[in-house]
Design a protein around this ligand. Structure first.
Ligand SMILES: [Fe+2]
Length: 299
């Protein structure tokens, strides 16, 4: 069980519980379209990310799916509805159910998005980015810490894409850094979202990596997006193979941070041949283990 920071001083990476997290390797988002291929005895999948809300209040037969998967895979719940950035605290019903789910499947951590998905009691059905002020970053960090403490396992927060960038006192990297300074949570860095945001809003993804506390990055998401209809914006459709630029970002990141896991996040346009996704899973694992081996040699 983690507890809230005892003072208002910023949290340093060394003070967080993230160092003891297990190494999971190369995983994939569990989706109906690929369940048979993932479950095949010949698949090489190290772990699975499952959508929290599909199971949170599900009947026992649906929950049993998780128990069967857990016999072979480590599972990590990835949520859409925590709405950590909303001014109101997440409902205790949701957080209590999340704690039970995490305990039941012995998840090493759980994740959700650094955004809000509810406002005034209304579900927005979209990952809405937050105004980037110090005050909001502080509130979000402290709220994330309370949720983490209530659930009893590390919470890692994911960067989202945004297509309109309203003037804000903090850059995206500064905002994330400020959130991390007020909690002991980790980061789920979606490298595809980072690449898309960098191109849509005119900054360098590598500068972003330099600016955030990379030692707090526990896991990444890897996917492919598409160009927008008018070719002016790139979209995070999670429907395409992981592009070379995202693989390059992963290589740069693993050289800087002891990442625990990569996750292939394909949400649509699944290839008929799972071999295509398997090749991406294997490639991610090679990058991850290559960096681990290099780190071990240095020691
Ligand atoms: Fe993602």
């Amino acid at each position: 069980m983690t507890t809230a920071p005892s003072s208002s001083a910023p949290v340093t990476a060394a003070a967080t519980p993230l160092g003891g997290l297990p190494y999971l390797g190369s995983g994939i988002g569990y989706r109906t379209e690929i369940k048979d291929a993932v479950g095949s005895p010949t698949s090489r999948v190290d772990w699975l990310e499952v959508i929290t809300e599909h199971y949170l209040f599900a009947p026992p037969d649906v929950r049993d799916v998780l128990h069967r998967l857990r016999r072979r895979f480590r599972l990590v719940p990835h949520g859409l509805e925590l709405s950590i950035g909303a001014p109101r605290e997440p409902s205790s019903r949701y957080v209590d159910a999340l704690a039970r789910l995490v305990e039941e499947i012995d998840a090493p951590w759980f994740s959700d998005h650094l955004c809000f998905t509810r406002a005034g009691g209304v579900a927005l059905s979209t990952l809405t980015p937050l105004p980037r002020t110090r005050e909001i970053a502080r509130e979000v960090g402290r709220r994330a810490q309370r949720v983490q403490a209530a659930v009893g396992r590390p919470l890692i927060l994911e960067n989202v894409t945004y297509y309109i960038d309203l003037p804000s006192p903090l850059s995206e990297a500064q905002f994330i850094t400020e959130v991390m300074e007020h909690c002991e949570c980790g980061l789920l860095l979606d490298l595809t979202n980072l690449d898309i945001n960098a191109r849509n809003h005119g900054y360098r993804a590598v500068d972003f990596l330099d600016a955030i506390p990379v030692e707090r990055v526990v896991q990444v998401h890897l996917a492919g997006g598409t160009g927008g209809e008018d070719d002016r914006m790139d979209l995070d459709t999670h429907s395409e193979p992981v592009p070379p630029v995202v693989w390059e970002l992963l290589t740069k990141l693993v050289a800087r941070a002891p990442l625990r896991a990569t996750l292939l996040e394909r949400d649509q346009n699944f290839p008929a041949d799972f071999g295509e996704l398997q090749a991406e899973l294997d490639h991610a694992r090679r990058i991850l283990t290559g960096a681990r081996d290099a780190r071990a040699e240095v020691r």
